[in-house]
Design a protein around this ligand. Structure first.
Ligand code: BG6
Length: 469
């Protein structure tokens, strides 16, 4: 058998894309609540607070808040060994700087974890997944402000202590390297006109690094059994040709991502990172205490998302397409999804090799999948063979990375095992699930759940520990 016993098969979601109940039981507003619905090719608008007449699909999500029992029962039926979810920060600390947590919010996650554990499903928790309490943005300027470290740590301490016997696997920030592309989405951070973008993003990211490192240390003190990881978006980059300039471009693109994982895995900034500050005119507020904290709080594992690969070119006049978080240069050897994301299982094998070789820490694929339009047939069935094909090829590639390349892989949690609101566009029609949810882009539908063809397929994959694809 290629994959180890206890391999963590499951699925992954984020609170703001599925829970709904955005203002229920004392939850405060988060940045995700201010994201307006959009569509393919158009970036989502962030409004200052809620603007009447605009549609905010995350407010209702797929109402996991009230359907979690039914949804978890379906995950259990598929044989999930784990389920990756995030905790909505503003459900626990509605304003972010509150002295005491919101008990109702804590109770909700108690119920969710208990339900998961009832079926033997291990919760895997992302502490912060693209939703900062809105009040922290308004009152403190979000991660521009060093005070955020303490607010974040108060949140961590609360959930670590509360759930220490229920949750073992944690991740500090979702796709921390996406700070470099979409700081407003990841941190609620809007770059002002005339500002040095790199300065602002790298300073805010530094505060997140320190917060993450201190959280890792604190978590291990609260429960030495905790496994606390970092989480990044990994887009494998190919140089467009063997022209050295193209290869150099590819290296530079990946280095921009390693800027983040290096600090969290090694505990210090590399010489290359420091050289980038010089080049970009960046001067960071880094104290001696920060340096010590980074060293003491390196992560236990590397979690990453992988949907598509990318191409780097030294030419300007390249043809582009879409990709997760970053627009991509077209690769003539690859097919793309309906949303233009280029499908490349070999790129996943390369990603696994690169990350494992670089850091020698276990890796965990916590997002992968195909966003596609599904057609519900008259009898209610959904034949999503395209999704099965995508996942099959990626699981095959991941097995090769384990068997042939010796990568230490902890688990695989494809994105959105149940359809949910798209992060990039706010659409519902961009579906990833094994479970269909009756809801459309305008928020209409019964929210009824039904199984797609891929449901039985994934169940078989898990039961055979990846032997039967
Ligand atoms: C990841 C995010 O980058 O991509 C998820 O962590 C997101 O939150 C996923 O949903 C897929 O992107 P999209 O735009 O198709 O939802």
């Amino acid at each position: 058998m290629t994959l180890k016993k206890g391999f963590l098969w499951g699925g992954a979601v984020a609170a703001n894309q599925c829970e709904g109940a955005w203002n229920v039981d004392g939850k405060g507003m988060s940045t995700a609540d201010c994201m307006v619905a959009s569509h393919h090719g158009v970036q989502r608008e962030f409004t200052d607070g809620i603007v009447e007449g605009k549609y905010y699909p995350n407010h209702e999500g797929i109402d996991f808040y009230h359907h979690y029992k039914e949804d978890i029962a379906l995950f259990a039926e598929m044989g999930f060994k784990c389920f990756r979810l995030s905790i909505a920060w503003s459900r626990i600390f509605p304003n972010g700087d509150d002295e005491t947590p919101n008990e109702k919010g804590l109770e909700f996650y108690d119920h969710v974890f208990d339900e998961l554990l009832k079926y033997g499903i291990e919760p895997v928790v992302t502490i912060s997944h693209y939703e900062t309490p809105y009040a922290l943005v308004k009152n403190y300027g979000t991660w521009r402000n060093r005070k955020m470290i303490d607010f974040y740590l108060r949140f961590c301490e609360t959930i670590f202590k509360r759930y220490k016997d229920k949750v073992k696997y944690w991740m500090t920030f979702n796709e921390i390297n996406v700070n470099g592309f979409h700081p407003e989405m990841t941190m609620g951070l809007r770059i002002k006109e005339g500002e040095n973008r790199n300065q602002v993003i790298k300073q805010a990211s530094h505060y997140e690094f320190v917060a993450s490192a201190k959280a890792v240390k604190m978590g291990h003190e609260i429960n030495p059994e905790f496994k606390i990881g970092m989480m990044m978006m990994y887009p494998t980059f190919y140089g467009e040709t063997c022209k050295p300039e193209d290869q150099l471009c590819a290296m530079e693109q990946v280095d921009k991502q390693y800027y983040f994982s290096d600090v969290q895995c090694r505990g210090y900034y590399s010489n290359k990172a420091k050289a980038s500050w010089k080049k970009e005119g960046v001067v960071l507020d880094i104290t001696d205490e920060d340096v010590k904290a980074l060293k003491e709080g390196t992560v236990d594992y590397i979690a990453f998302s992988y949907y598509n690969s990318n191409v780097a070119s030294s030419r300007d006049d390249v043809e582009c397409t879409d990709g997760n978080m970053v627009n991509a240069v077209k690769n003539p050897y690859l097919k793309a999804s309906d949303w233009g994301w280029q499908i490349d299982p070999i790129g996943l094998r390369i990603a696994l090799n690169n990350l494992y070789d670089r850091y020698q820490k276990p890796v965990f694929i916590v997002e992968n999948g195909l966003g596609a339009k599904d057609i519900v047939k008259e009898d209610g069935s959904i034949d999503d063979d395209y999704r099965i094909d995508y996942l099959k090829a990626h699981i095959q590639a991941m097995k090769e990375a384990v068997e042939e390349d010796g990568v230490d892989l902890m688990g695989y949690t494809p994105w959105g095992p149940i359809d949910l609101v798209s992060c990039g566009t706010g659409e519902m029609q961009k579906r990833y699930g094994f479970i269909y949810v009756d809801r459309d882009d305008l928020g209409r539908g019964t929210l009824k759940r039904s199984k797609k063809k891929s449901f039985e397929w994934y169940k078989k994959v898990i039961a055979s520990n990846g032997e039967e694809l």
